[in-house]
Write a protein that binds this ligand. Sequence first.
Ligand code: BDR
Ligand code: CA
Length: 319
Amino acid sequence: MDKLIIDTDPGVDDSMALQFALASKEFHILGITTVFGNVDIEQTTKNALRILHLAQRADIPVAKGASKPVYGEFLGGVPFVHGDDGQGNTWRPAGPLKPIDIGAEEFIIEQVLRYPNQVRLAALGPLTNLARALEKKPEIQDKVKEVVFMGGNAFCPGNATPAAEANMLSDPEAADRVLGANWPMTMVGLDVTHKTLLSRDTLNKISLFRSPLNDFVMEAYQFYQDFFMKANKIDGTFVHDSSVFAYLIDRSLYKTVEYPIRVETQHSISRGKTWPSLGETDHEGAKALEPWRNRPKIKICLDVEDKKVIQLLEQRLMQ
Ligand code: BDR
Ligand code: CA
């Protein structure tokens, strides 16, 4: 079983991703760390706790994390995508669970040092907590087994802006630091999540499975689905955050390439864009271009067996 810390900003699709991970025997979830993102940190933390309550998994600790990016302020998130409560305006009461006393970055550091080279970090939101943990204890980069994050767009347009994906745009400086650290990393970005469609028909089928957690997530999905219908004219939703767990469960479903990545941190129309380099050498005999020089190679998911991912997700959500 893979020891996992899930860093998340629930978020409707984060909630489904948590449901997916909780239903998967491949993972031993050491804890959940929360971050601002889709909505503010108070709400994302409440939402993570509610998911665990509904799943009857009070044994999994939740550590509350960053309320704003490493520079600047939280700008209000994306309530038009996820609802004002981040859960499709379902407005369920907060459950009885509470966060633990230490914060997200301390929790990450503590667990990584306790289990050297065993912990994978699955990041489903802005990379602020990871950047702060790295800043506080740089040595964790040699002790984390792997970082797999949902975010970025290597060879396709963004979703938050024409250039950038939402998680990267929420904290580009943090993302650029995390993507420059010396730990094994995989980017599960829009290159694959925009190829993976959870159709309304499949969602209707999943809704037939009754459990407190599934009922809640399916209710929240109504709002999320309406957003995709309005914004993307699709009858279903793209599979963003759950794709991280599909990748961790079965890597053969994804085709990857490896490049160093820089994140645009200028306050320009391209802010938050993830730029892969052209590779080791940009042309024969030339050295790697300066901004990417000495940066680690990151596995970038480029293609996906989308139908198999949907089958896997459907099967796990319905158990
Ligand atoms: C990402 O942005 C958030 O809105 C989703 O939860 C996902 O993590 C997709 O771009
Ligand atoms: Ca998310």
